[in-house]
Structures are given as structure tokens and as C-alpha cells.
Write a protein that binds this ligand. Structure first.
Ligand code: NOJ
Ligand code: CA
Length: 732
């Protein structure tokens, strides 16, 4: 692993020369190989002191020689003139236990190479490489001993020079939102597809006409899966990737702040990790823990208050237009503390009123859920949207028809917690102003989780959702919440980069197009998300919409969502999230209680996960084994429905869940059950699309069948067009 050996050096240089005609020979090459020897990362330093790197898989280039460095505001760019001061190597091989996750233990095994660079003027910049069996992470480090202390970034110019016109699953670069459907195209089609007008979002800023967001999933013509993302994004802007489509070179495109600065740094500091995941099989992409491993271990000493949550919500009715977040139409504008709601005439469409909230509590309690989310409980929703209002909510004053103490007491008496909702309306200044009081209120009434939101353009004016000050805001909210023992699920915040390993009270994030986009969601979207958005951490996708026809959920509304009921069931196993919602209305579930049983039975936290078959955008089949330690944790009283399923008659049984989803193409899958405990018979319940199910013509057709199966069984399951299935297996 130390200095590169002669054969590998020649191979590397030949590659460098053959891949890029302009490449000149580097003056020095340092290299590191992955623990299994399949991947090799090389650091290259050219004659003029330009740093670069390349990545080979199985002796072939995955990333051709690619430059490293920064342009700084005020000159003094960090692009050349460096000499190699030294290189250090070490191996990391440790196993850690996540507080919650897809498995009990995660092995963090990589080869590390630290390259120390210095310029004659005393400017120091190190590059730390960590090479895993499934990919590379590298970051810039600016040590203390440095002529560079405070500096402003004009551009980070990290390149990813690809070997060809790969196929990619991508969303357009935007500094304010990731709520887009994915394109599936060749890299050479990005220019054309990025020129197509984008669907509206409450906050949007085109990053560039050639940019895409990370995590970016690609596939080479040789069938290799390559994914570019970042890990450990803190105190730094989020990056997109800007494509040179003649040479297929991506370059980092950082989000500017309100003054156009793309990072204000102070040594000692470091960038987030830049990651290139390389896998031969699509299922290995889903099994990869590269992003989590590159993050720091958990820093919270006491994590006993963090627990998985299965929840319902007074929410879908607002999303669909059946009811409203707001309370009255009396006021053209609201001034908190001045506007007197007690004198207002309710418009009669408010969703979060006492009786309705109690109905949800009752339904959730009867069905063994842990919590309900209630949105629209607090004053200010009459003019929260589109006004870019600074003082928009105070997060502590309920509407007159929401009796906060009484509802919490009622919920707790039934073993249900209410999940707090803080829509910041993207006024991060206002949220920070009220955060302490808002978290204190939660502590006072026993709320232990908050869903926050960042709809609309950011205040401070001119900032973006992914600029450095706002990245710092999201982090501040999580740290402050941890002090109050509060778990956070932020919507519209930056896409996760594995920080939940370090701060596991980050139990959820939206940060992609979730079910709330209803009819806009393309079939197959959910077969891409685990390869992209979910690489960085769990998603509050809000699955479980059984009623696709909006006119039934919300009379007067139109449109039909494009999935089958079987598809929605499959999502509970496909999408890992320790915070999992049954998003539809209780009255919609009441019409399909036999299918709803799967949502009740399924666990949300796992000690083992197996990715049985997958192809981005096409299909995914996953099997998971519950984490028995957390099946019932965090409950106020009683047992969860998932716990009950695994303990029939009070006796613990071995259980597994399998979920499948498919996109545009219906398909049959054959699932070998060799992961089951040998010699044991399992009672299996299959919730599958009926033979005549189809998202367009017959989306609610499902069949529930019962089987006795064992480790030597193979199950054939049919998935309809945008369909799927859920399968529960319990030791007999
Ligand atoms: C956007 C969130 O994603 C959604 O779930 C929420 O209901 C609205 N904002 C209102 O806060
Ligand atoms: Ca959203």
C-alpha cells in the first residue's frame, strides 16, 4: 500500500496518458489500494505543482486523472505550486453499532493515505484519501500550521473525469430544492434535458444549465455502478456537479451565499468528503455504508431517548386539500402578538382541531402506532406562504381550537405521542429566535420529535437552502434539539450526507420528492431514491397512500397518483427510515384493513438487511430482519403493533419482512428464501398486486395469500405496472 510499485505506476501512467491526450506526466505518484485490492487511488503531482488524483477498479480507470484545488476570492488560488511534504498511510478496521439502522453492526474498513502539500509561500493543503472496497472518499484539510488562515472560496475545482458517456439517474442542479423527478439519460443528454422548463417549486435557483445534484448514480456500458456524493457536510456549502459534456468531466459547483462566496473557511478546517462509490452489482450500491463510515462516530453520550417511530398524521388531509393548515379567512395579514385570533371567525376547514386530532389519536392507538404528527396547530398559517415574511410563526401559540395540554394528555393516556411541527417558512432567523422557547414547550408537554420545514426562499434574504450559513442553521437546530432530547425530521433541508451517524437524533429528512408530490411522482421514482437520496440517510417519504384518487380523499380535488397499493406496502421495507409514516387518512385505511395489517406488522428498525435484487429505476427487492431491541422502545405505554406481531401470545418468534417495488415495467420475481433460519417453518403472508392490478386502470387490486415457507422455498411474486408487494414471515 505504501509507495506505488513499479508495475502499478506504469499502468497508472499509461492510463493517464491514454485517457486524456493533454495529460502530462506527473512528477510524483502516491497510491493506495482498497483492503481487497480491487480499487486503487492514485495521487498525482504535476511538474508545476498541480495536484490531481485518479481511481482504478480492477486495473481499469473509473476516474481518469482529475485536478484538485480551489480558486480563492482575492487570488492566491490553491491550484498549483505545491510540493509534496510527505505521505502517511494507515489502515482503519473497526466495527461500530449504529443507534438505529439497517443492521446491527457496520464494518468500517479502509486504507487511508494522507498527502501533505505545501507551497513556497507557506500555504499548506493536505488531501486525505480513504479507500474502501466499495469506493473512495477524499477531502481537503487545511492544517493549523499554515500561511492560510481565513479565506473565502470562489470555487472548489475538484474534478471527476469519467471514462465515457455513462448512463445516469440525475436531478437538475438547483441551490434551493431537490424536489424533482429523476432523469434517466446519457451524460451527453444533460444539456438538452436541463433546458426543459422545470416544474415549479416554492424556492428554486438553477445552479447552472449543465449541473446535476448528488448523490448521482451512473452506470458504465461495462455494467459498473458509479455514484458520486459527499459525506459529512458541515460548515461548508453543499456541492452540485457541473458537467463538461465534451470530455465527460464533472467539477464541483458549490452553493454561493448571499454575497456569492462559496465558503468562508478558517484553518484548521476541512472540506466534506468527496465520494466515488464503485460497485459491480446494483444491490451492492444499496448495501454500501461508505457515506456513514466517512462520518464521525456518535458524539451524544446518552442516546437512550432516541428511538424509532411509526406514526400517522393530521397531514395528508392538508396536503390533498381536504382541510387547511390555517384557521380563519378574516385577516388579510397576520402580526403575531397583535392579531387577535380569539375574535376571528373560523373558516371551518381547519384540520388540527381538537375533535379531529382525537380521532387520529384513537385510530393510531387502536392500531399500535407510536405517534401522530399534527400540522397547522399554531398561529400564523394564514400568510405563511409566498410572503417571505420574517416573523412568521412563534412555534408556541396554538390556534383557539387546538388544546395543546389536553390533547397531549389524551394522546399520552393512550400511549401515543404527538409529533411537533415547526414550519420555519424558510425564515431561519425567526426559527433561531424562537427555537429555545419552542423546544422548551415540547419538553414541557412531552413531545420528543419535531418535523421542521423550510418551504420558500430563505431569510436571511439572498441565502440558499444549500449555502454555508444555512447548512450551519440545520446543524444548529439538530444540536440544540439534542440538548433538549428531541429528535429531528427536517423537510426541504439539505440532502443528508451521513451526519446521522454522529448525531443520531437526526432521525429523518425529506430532501427529495416524496409522496406529497402526489400525481407528479413518476412511476419508478421510488426505485431510484435508494440509490441516490437514501445513500446519505433515511427519508421521510411518507409512504402508505392507499387511495390514489384525490377526488375521494378530498372532494372537489382531481388527479390520481401513479402506484398500486402493493407498491406502497413494498416501500416500508425498501426505504429504510427509523421514522416511518402511514400517511393516508384513517378513513382510507379503514376501507382496506386487511392490507393495512402489513403496515401495522412491519418493523422500522433492523438488525439485518439483505438487498436481494435491484436495478435503478426498475425494481428493488429487499429482505429485513427487525431489531428486537427497539421494537417497543420509546413507547409511553403498551406495545407496538410490530412488537405484537413478533410476539404472538407473548412468545418471541423469528420474523422477516420482504418488500418489492417495480417501476414502469410489471414483472415477476423469484425470491429464494435461503436467508430464513434453516429447519424452521414460517407462516408467510403475501400482500401482492392482483393479476389484473395496474396503476392506471386498477391500482387498488391486491391479493393476500398465506403460505408455509422455509429456507429452501422460493416464492414467485408478480408486481404490476408501478406495483410491488409486502411479505411478512413469522416462525410457526
Ligand atoms: C412541506 C413539507 O414537506 C410538508 O410535509 C409540510 O406539510 C408542508 N411543508 C407544510 O409545512
Ligand atoms: Ca417538501
Amino acid at each position: 500500500m505504501k509507495k506505488i510499485n513499479a508495475i502499478s505506476l506504469i499502468a497508472g501512467l499509461v492510463l493517464a496518458l491514454s485517457c486524456s491526450p493533454k495529460t502530462v506526466l506527473p512528477k510524483s505518484v502516491e497510491a493506495v489500494t482498497s483492503p481487497n485490492g480491487n480499487l486503487e487511488a492514485q495521487f498525482l503531482l504535476y511538474e508545476d505543482g498541480t495536484p490531481a488524483y485518479m481511481l482504478n477498479y480492477d486495473g481499469k480507470a473509473v476516474i481518469k486523472p482529475s485536478k484538485l484545488g480551489y480558486k480563492l476570492i482575492g487570488g492566491n488560488d490553491l491550484l498549483k505550486g505545491f510540493t509534496l511534504e510527505g505521505t502517511q498511510y494507515r489502515t482503519i478496521d473497526e466495527t461500530w453499532e449504529p443507534v438505529w439502522g439497517e443492521e446491527k453492526e457496520i464494518r468500517n474498513n479502509c486504507s487511508e493515505m494522507l498527502v501533505r502539500l505545501r507551497r513556497e509561500d507557506g500555504v499548506a493543503m493536505n488531501i486525505r484519501f480513504r479507500l474502501y472496497n466499495d469506493g473512495l472518499g477524499f477531502r481537503y484539510e487545511f492544517p493549523q500550521e499554515n500561511k492560510l488562515t481565513y479565506f473565502k472560496v470562489a470555487d472548489e475545482l475538484t474534478q471527476f473525469a469519467l471514462t465515457g458517456d455513462h448512463t445516469a439517474w440525475w436531478i437538475p442542479g438547483d441551490f434551493d430544492t431537490q424536489e424533482y423527478n429523476y432523469h434517466h439519460s446519457r451524460l451527453s443528454e444533460i444539456r438538452r434535458l436541463n433546458a426543459v422548463p422545470r416544474p415549479y417549486n416554492a424556492a428554486q435557483e438553477v445552479a447552472s444549465d449543465m449541473s446535476v445534484q448528488t448523490s448521482l448514480q451512473m452506470k458504465t456500458d461495462d455494467g459498473l455502478y458509479i455514484n458520486i456524493h459527499e459525506a459529512g457536510l458541515l460548515d461548508y456549502p453543499a456541492t452540485h456537479l457541473d458537467l463538461d459534456d465534451r470530455n465527460f468531466i464533472f467539477t464541483t459547483l458549490l452553493t454561493p451565499d448571499a454575497q456569492g462566496v462559496k465558503g468562508r473557511l478558517q484553518a484548521p478546517c476541512h472540506s466534506p468528503w468527496r465520494t466515488v462509490q464503485v460497485c459491480e452489482k446494483a444491490t451492492d450500491v444499496l448495501a454500501s455504508r461508505l457515506i456513514l463510515n466517512l462520518n464521525e462516530p456518535c458524539v451524544l453520550e446518552d442516546v437512550s431517548w432516541i428511538h424509532p417511530v411509526k406514526y400517522m398524521g393530521v397531514w395528508w388531509e392538508m396536503m390533498t386539500g381536504r382541510s387547511h393548515w390555517s384557521y380563519t379567512s378574516d385577516f388579510p395579514s397576520i402580526q403575531l402578538g397583535v392579531t387577535d385570533y380569539s375574535k376571528a371567525k373560523p373558516h371551518g376547514r381547519h384540520g388540527a382541531y381538537n375533535e379531529n386530532v382525537r380521532m387520529y389519536i384513537d385510530f393510531a392507538a387502536e392500531n399500535g402506532f407510536d405517534a401522530i404528527l399534527v400540522e397547522g396547530w399554531n398561529e400564523g398559517w394564514e400568510d405563511w406562504f409566498g410572503c417571505q415574511k420574517d416573523y412568521v410563526f412563534d412555534f408556541v401559540t396554538p390556534y383557539p381550537d387546538f388544546d395543546l395540554p389536553a390533547l397531549n394528555e389524551y394522546a399520552h393516556s393512550k400511549g401515543i405521542r404527538i409529533i411537533m411541527h415547526h414550519e420555519s417558512s424558510s425564515s431561519t432567523v425567526n426559527y433561531e429566535r424562537h427555537m429555545e422557547a419552542a423546544y422548551n414547550l415540547m419538553n414541557q408537554y412531552g413531545y420528543d420529535a419535531v418535523k421542521s420545514g423550510y418551504v420558500g426562499y430563505i431569510i436571511p434574504y439572498g441565502e440558499h437552502h444549500y449555502s454555508q450559513p444555512i447548512i450551519n442553521h440545520y446543524h444548529y437546530a439538530v444540536l440544540e434539539a439534542a440538548k433538549h432530547h428531541i429528535m429531528v425530521n427536517a423537510h426541504e433541508a439539505v440532502r443528508p450526507t451521513g451526519l446521522c451517524r454522529t448525531w443520531p437524533n437526526m432521525i429523518g429528512n425529506e430532501s427529495a420528492m416524496g409522496n406529497e408530490f402526489r400525481m407528479d411522482i413518476n412511476p419508478g421514482h421510488t426505485c431510484i431514491l435508494p440509490f441516490t437520496r437514501l445513500q446519505g440517510g433515511p427519508m421521510d417519504f411518507t409512504p402508505g397512500i392507499f387511495e390514489q384518487d384525490m377526488s375521494i380523499t378530498a372532494p372537489g380535488e382531481t388527479g390520481k397518483m401513479r402506484h398500486t397499493i402493493g407498491n406502497q406496502l413494498g416501500l416500508y421495507v425498501t426505504f429504510y427510515s427509523p421514522l416511518q409514516m402511514a400517511a393516508d387518512l384513517p378513513q382510507n385505511y379503514a376501507r382496506f384493513m386487511d392490507a393495512f395489517q402489513f403496515i401495522k406488522d412491519v418493523a422500522v428498525d433492523w438488525d439485518k438487511s439483505l438487498y436481494l435484487m435491484a436495478e435503478p429505476g426498475e425494481y428493488i427487492v429487499t429482505a429485513r430482519h427487525p431489531n428486537y431491541k427497539t421494537l417497543n422502545s420509546g413507547r409511553l405505554k403498551g406495545t407496538s403493533s410490530a412488537y405484537d406481531f413478533a410476539h404472538p401470545g407473548g412468545r418471541e418468534k423469528d420474523v422477516w419482512f420482504v418488500g418489492g417495488i417495480t417501476g414502469e415495467n410489471a414483472r415477476e420475481v423469484e425470491i429464494p428464501l435461503d436467508f430464513l433460519k434453516p429447519g424452521i417453518v414460517y407462516e408467510a403472508t403475501l400482500y401482492a398486486d392482483a393479476p389484473d392490478a395496474d396503476y392506471e386502470t386498477n391500482p387498488q387490486a391486491y391479493e393476500i395469500s398465506h403460505h408455509l415457507l422455509s429456507a429452501d422455498s422460493t416464492l414467485k411474486v408478480w408486481m404490476a405496472h408501478s406495483g410491488g408487494f409486502g411479505l411478512s414471515l413469522r416462525e410457526k
